[in-house]
Design a protein around this ligand. Structure first.
Ligand SMILES: *Cc1c(COP(=O)(O)O)cnc(C)c1O
Length: 367
């Protein structure tokens, strides 16, 4: 047994996928090469990749007990999954999920490539029922931005159409809080842009599977569509992943505390956070997740109240995306494709600043 197999995930994140030969650099360098001298392990980068992205794939694959493939963005990894479908496929997908997925599904439907139906994230019976005849079961849990939990284990264990794919967008959960393949999924995808990168400085996506045929299909899709990641980006993603565990732990601790304080605040109508006992699926979250995450979605009475709070914040930045060291917040109904969300809903990504400074900033703005 390779001694690295005994390491906990925290140690693996720090020590895994490093060069090991005497004289090697400690970090896999940014290998800026499209071509390699023939006769060796590497050939052309769009095909075999580069040592820089393979380091990221090695690092993240082990976290989710599968083989990882890195892509140019989260959406590139997601598009590669949809690329696995034959014409005429039927897709079931959640009523709350990343808006890019809605875009892919709508475009493919318009072109006659597939049909689809949407199911409420928490309607497990409906997922189980519809899963029997679906070719792709697309799940995202916790969902973004409403933070609803899908019962992944129950949906994966149900009777499914032979050859169907169950894919989970694990971006919000992170590989530390949830391992979809171990819950029964065929493919887990994530935007490494978010928590793995962790510093709002890169775009990168990852798909992980333990199914060799699916791995080959995703690999072929990346190769033929040229959906390859950058060497700088994957280098930075590895660097970000080294601290993922402590960043997530710190931000998650603050998120729990801030969610509780927001819930007690008279100006706040509703707080959506899986770590709160008031979350409708708190018990399921407790069993399915190792941690409740760093995203809090909370509702103010209306859009004007939300805009007033955004304008008054000083430490927390009004910006899109999440999962970084810095706290960001956004009125999600102002984002294209998310107009259906409550106008007063703010999605808050808790960073690693001092929790009392964050509360001070929020408290001031809410007042
Ligand atoms: C950001 C995000 C994506 C897309 O990732 P990109 O790197 O921006 O393409 C997909 N799914 C979820 C849940 C996301 O938050």
């Amino acid at each position: 047994m390779d001694s690295s197999e005994k390491w906990s995930v925290d140690s693996w994140l720090v020590a895994g996928a490093r060069p090991t030969e005497p004289g090697d650099p400690l970090n896999t360098p940014i290998v800026a090469a499209s071509s390699y001298v023939n006769g060796g392990e590497w050939g052309y980068a769009r095909d075999e990749g580069t040592p820089t992205w393979v380091a990221l794939e090695t690092l993240l694959g082990r976290l989710e007990s599968g083989r990882a493939l890195a892509f140019g963005s989260g959406m590139a990894a997601i598009a590669a999954v949809f690329d696995q479908l034959n014409v005429g496929a039927h897709i079931i997908w959640p009523d709350d999920c990343y808006q890019g997925v809605a875009g892919i599904i709508a475009d493919g439907e318009k072109q006659g490539r597939w049909t689809s139906s949407r199911i409420a994230v928490d309607d497990t019976a409906q997922w189980v029922d519809a899963g029997a005849s679906a070719d792709l079961i697309w799940l995202e849990s916790p969902s973004n931005p409403l933070l609803v939990i899908a019962d992944l284990r129950a949906i994966a264990a149900a009777n499914r159409k032979p050859g169907s794919i169950l894919a989970v967008d694990n971006t919000v959960a992170t590989p530390l809080n949830q391992q979809p393949l171990q819950l029964g999924a065929d493919i887990s995808v994530m935007a490494a842009t978010k928590y793995v990168g962790g510093h709002s400085d890169l775009l990168c996506g990852v798909a992980i599977t333990d199914n060799d045929a699916l791995h080959a299909g995703l690999f072929r899709s990346r190769l033929l569509n040229g959906a390859t990641p950058g060497n700088l980006e994957t280098f930075l993603a590895v660097r970000g992943a080294r601290t993922l565990s402590i960043r997530l732990a710190a931000a998650q601790k603050s998120a729990q505390s801030l969610a509780e304080r927001l819930e007690a605040h008279p100006a706040v109508v509703k707080v959506r956070y899986p770590g709160l006992p008031s979350h409708p699926q708190h018990e399921l979250a407790k069993h399915q997740l190792n941690g409740y995450g760093t995203l809090i979605s909370f509702d103010l009475p209306d859009g004007a109240a939300a805009d007033t709070v955004l304008a008054a914040l000083e430490l927390i930045t009004n910006a899109t995306s999440f999962g970084a060291v810095e706290s960001t917040i956004e009125r999600r109904s102002t984002v294209a494709g998310q107009e259906h969300l409550p106008a007063g809903l703010l999605r808050f990504s808790v960073g690693i600043e001092d929790v009392e400074d964050l509360w001070h900033d929020l408290g001031n703005a809410l007042a």
